[in-house]
Design a protein around this ligand. Structure first.
Ligand code: FAD
Length: 500
C-alpha cells in the first residue's frame, strides 16, 4: 500500500450520526473524509423522529429546508394504547411548556430519503464522502488510533491517516472494539422486533393522523408509523425468546401480533402488505439494547448506535445519534482548534452523552413499567421491580463511565428505588391525563410536569432552542465542573469564557 492519505478526521458510517458529526467538523474548515459501506440511498429502520433532531440539529446542519421540501409526514406527537387507559392517549409536543409554538412537531421519515439528504448535505459542506467504502480495521500507533484501512469500490485495500477517527458505523460495525471497552447488553430490554410495510391503512383522527401509534398487547407491543398515504411501517416488539418462532415464520409472527392488537388490526383492515422492492420483506432486528463501556479513547470516538441504543418505544435512536454527532463535533472542533485538551473535550462529550442515555433509559424503563398490572410473561419480565441486580449494577457502571461527573444519576444503591419512583410518577401523570385523545391541554401538561419526563425533555429542549433562536442565551454547565457550548454551538467553552 502507498503512503496513507491524511485527513484531520475520518468518519466511519454515513447514517444520521456520521453525517451530523462530519458536517459540523467540515464547517470549521477541517479536512473530513466519510467512509460509507453502502451506496445511498439505502434502507434503515428508525423512522419516527423527535423535534430536537428536526429543529435543532438539522437547522445547525443547514438541512432543514430540504427536510421540509421532502414532504415527510408531520408528527405532532405519539399516541399510546398503553398503561391502564382503555383508549389511546397522546404525548403531544405542543403541550410541552418548552416546545410549544411553531416548531412543536417532528417528522415520520423514510430513512432512505432522510439519510440521503443528510449525507448529500455533508458533501455540500465539504466532506469527502466515499460510498461503497467499507472500513476493515483501525490503524494504531503510540497508544492511539491513527487511521483506518478500508476497501474501496474496486475492492482495493487503502489506508487513511487522521488525528481522529469517529466510529458512526451503527450496530453492526466492529470498529468500536478499537476504543477498548466492551458492549454491555441490557437485561431489562431483552426484546426483538419483526416488522414490515403496508400499502396504506387507516389513520388516527385529525389532528393525530401523523402521530406514531404504540399499542401494547399481551405478548408485547406494536408500532404503527404513517410514512405516506400509501406506506405504513408496522412492527411488533416481542420477547427475545420468540426468535425461533420468528425464524420459522416471520410474516406469520407479524400477522399474528397484529391480530392480537385490536387497534392496529382495525386500522390496517384488509390493507395489503407490500411484497416487492425495498419495503417488500419482513425484517427482524435483535440484540439492539446495549451500551459500550467506553465512548472514546485516544484517537477514536463512538457515536450513535456504534456507542449505544436503548429501545424503539419512544423514537430516541436518531435523537441520540444526531445529539452524539453534535457533541463529538464540538469536542473535535475544540481540540483541532487548540482550545482544549483531548481529555477535557472528550470527558464533556462522554459525560453528556451518558447522561442523555441514562435519562432516556430510566424514562423508557418507566414507560414499560406502566403495564405493571399486566400479568403476562412479556410485561411481568419488564416490571422495574423485577430488574435484576446485575443489570442495575452494570447500568450504574455504564452511566458512571470512565469519566462522567454525573454522580447524581449513579448512586448505585438507590437506583432500584429511583427507577420505581420514576415509573410511579409517569403512571400517575398518565392516569391523571385520562384517556383523552383530544387536546385537553391542562390535563396533558401533567405529563410534562412529571420529573422523569422533564429530565428527558431538558437537553432536547436546549438543542431545539439553539436551532430555533440561535446563540442568544449562554448556558450553564450540564455537568459539575463541565463546559458549555460556544456561542455558535459548534465548540466547547469554559463557562466563564463564554460570552453572556
Ligand atoms: P446507522 O443509521 O445504522 O448508520 C450506520 C452506517 O454505517 C450505515 O449506513 C452502514 O452502512 C455504515 N457502516 C457500517 N459498517 C461500516 C463499515 N465497516 N465501513 C463503513 N460504513 C459502515 N430510532 C428512531 O429515532 N425512531 C424510531 O422510530 C426507531 N425505531 C427503531 C426500531 C427498531 C426495531 C430498531 C432496532 C431501532 C429503531 N430506531 C429508531 C433506532 C435507529 O434505527 C438508530 O438509532 C439510528 O439509525 C442510528 O443511527 P446511526 O447513524 O448511529 O447508525
Amino acid at each position: 500500500m502507498s503512503a496513507p492519505e491524511e485527513f484531520d478526521v475520518i468518519v466511519v458510517g454515513g447514517g444520521p450520526a456520521g453525517s451530523t458529526a462530519a458536517t459540523l467538523i467540515a464547517d470549521q474548515g477541517h479536512r473530513v473524509v466519510l467512509l460509507e459501506k453502502e451506496r445511498f440511498p439505502r434502507y434503515q429502520i428508525g423512522e419516527s423522529l423527535l423535534p430536537a433532531t428536526v429543529h435543532g440539529v438539522c437547522r445547525l446542519l443547514g438541512a432543514d429546508e430540504e427536510m421540509r421540501a421532502a414532504g415527510f409526514t408531520t408528527k405532532r406527537g405519539g399516541s399510546f394504547r398503553w398503561g391502564t387507559a382503555p383508549d389511546p392517549w397522546n404525548f403531544l409536543f405542543a403541550l410541552s411548556p418548552a416546545l410549544s409554538g411553531p416548531t412543536s412537531y417532528a417528522y415520520q421519515v423514510d430513512r432512505m430519503t432522510f439519510d440521503d439528504i443528510l449525507l448529500r448535505n455533508a458533501a455540500r459542506h465539504g466532506v469527502d464522502v466515499r460510498e461503497e467504502s467499507s472500513v476493515l480495521e483501525a490503524v494504531t500507533g503510540g497508544g492511539r488510533v491513527t487511521g483506518v484501512v478500508y476497501s474501496d469500490p474496486s475492492g482495493a485495500r487503502r489506508e487513511l491517516a487522521a488525528a481522529h477517527v469517529v466510529d458512526a458505523s451503527g450496530s453492526t460495525g466492529r470498529l468500536h472494539a478499537a476504543a477498548g471497552g466492551t458492549r454491555h447488553y441490557s437485561d431489562f430490554f431483552q426484546n426483538l422486533a419483526v416488522f414490515g410495510y403496508f400499502a396504506g391503512g387507516g389513520r388516527m383522527p385529525e389532528p393525530d393522523a401523523g402521530n406514531i401509534l404504540c399499542a401494547a398487547f399481551d405478548e408485547g407491543w406494536l408500532w404503527y408509523i404513517p410514512l405516506r398515504d400509501d406506506l405504513t411501517s408496522v412492527g411488533a416488539v416481542l420477547n427475545r425468546d420468540q426468535a425461533p418462532r420468528i425464524q420459522a415464520d416471520r410474516e406469520g409472527t407479524l400477522r399474528a401480533s397484529i391480530q392480537r392488537c385490536e387497534i392496529v388490526r382495525d386500522l390496517l383492515g384488509d390493507t395489503e402488505r407490500i411484497t416487492q422492492g425495498t419495503y417488500g420483506s419482513v425484517r427482524v432486528r435483535r440484540d439492539y439494547s446495549y451500551a459500550n463501556t467506553r465512548f472514546w479513547a485516544p484517537g477514536i470516538t463512538l457515536i450513535g448506535d456504534a456507542a449505544c441504543f436503548i429501545d424503539p418505544v419512544f423514537s430516541t435512536g436518531v435523537h441520540l445519534a444526531t445529539y452524539s454527532g453534535l457533541l463529538a463535533a464540538r469536542s473535535l472542533n475544540s481540540v483541532l482548534a487548540g482550545d482544549l485538551s483531548e481529555e477535557r473535550a472528550f470527558d464533556e462529550f462522554e459525560g453528556r452523552y451518558r447522561r442523555e442515555y441514562a435519562v432516556f433509559y430510566e424514562f423508557l424503563a418507566a414507560f414499560y413499567d406502566m403495564r405493571q398490572r399486566e400479568e403476562t410473561y412479556f410485561w411481568k419480565a419488564r416490571k422495574v421491580t423485577n430488574m435484576q441486580t446485575d443489570d442495575m449494577q452494570a447500568f450504574a457502571t455504564l452511566v458512571a463511565g470512565a469519566s462522567s461527573a454525573e454522580t447524581a444519576l449513579v448512586g448505585a444503591d438507590s437506583l432500584a428505588h429511583r427507577f420505581s419512583s420514576s415509573s410511579a410518577e409517569l403512571t400517575g401523570a398518565v392516569e391523571r391525563t385520562g384517556a383523552a385523545r383530544t387536546d385537553s391541554g391542562e390535563r396533558m401538561t401533567e405529563l410534562f410536569r412529571a420529573p422523569v419526563v422533564a429530565d428527558v425533555m431538558s437537553e432536547m429542549n436546549r438543542i431545539q432552542q439553539r436551532g430555533v433562536t440561535g446563540p442568544a442565551t449562554a448556558e450553564t454547565p450540564l455537568l459539575d465542573g463541565g463546559l458549555v457550548p460556544s456561542a455558535d454551538g459548534r465548540r466547547w467553552a469554559e463557562p466563564d469564557a463564554a460570552p453572556a
